[in-house]
Design a protein. Sequence first.
Length: 350
Amino acid sequence: MSKSFWFVLGLIVASVVCSGQVIMTEYPVPSPNSNLLGITAGQDGNLWFAENSANKIGRITPAGVVTGEFPISGSGPTTITRAPDGNLWFTEYFGNRIGRVTPTGVVTEYSAGGNPYGITAGSDGSLWFTEYSGNNIVRMTNSGVVTGVFSTPTPGSNPLMITSGPDSNLWFTEVGGNQIGRISTDGMIDEFSIPTSGSSPEGITAGPDGNLWFVEAGGNKIGRITTAGVVTGEFLIPTPGSNPVGITSGVDGNLWFTEAFSSQIGRLTTLGIITEFLTPTPGSQPELITTGPDGNLWFTENVANNIGKLRRIPFDKDECKNGGWRTLYRADGTQFKNQGDCIQYVNTGK
């Protein structure tokens, strides 16, 4: 008899892989049609997320309980990050503001411009954010004072997401310029072209290998670039037209990314091996992803209006020793096969 694992707890997808077991759980957000985007881990041990259409910042515990939705003005919060001051900082794309929310939910807003989108904390202790339509990278103090506005060399570059690199610089994606940008803490910018034309780079993160990893929404690939600015790999995602959006480093030493159009979470090893996992809800459209304080992967589901959690549990490789094809079905009747990786999906919605 097979030792397959089955879980019954609301909407849960369990998958079994040779390297470990993966369980996905979804938690509904109280505000309907909130258009969930950014998510990050707070210093308070919770996860914090942006509700773009509901104009709120949400807080959820590692147990999956939403303990707060804090309203802001109608400005479309987009991405969110944890800052050295212990607060959460977020961008307001439509309102041209940067917001700060304390762990207790007190919101303060500061003026910005150019449709701010991505935001991160830099090695210098400042906040750094992109201005999508302004083609700028902006530096701001933890008290909300702008101390530098740096224009990208390429006109119409449309900088989107930004992250702190292992080299103490800030790295960002340029959707319009089809480039990866690097900016030092004193404002010096370099741009590096992506080999694939029309790749539309979006999410970017520092990898466990000392490189930067980014998603190519238009190219349906995950890219790798060194801190010297050399693109050393572009890895094609198995599902065509998956539209990858967000990416983060996991505690397991892999890269994890979202596939909005195929409603999957992808795992990428630093050697370039990709495995994909269907979300419990078909058409959920996962957007951005982060590693939580509990070591799990947490992501937003834009269409399903859920916060998702992906958990890995050590699993005996002998369970998968025969490999080969495994065919299973989700509750909606979707068939999924995988060869040689011993993957099992289970939807307990039925």
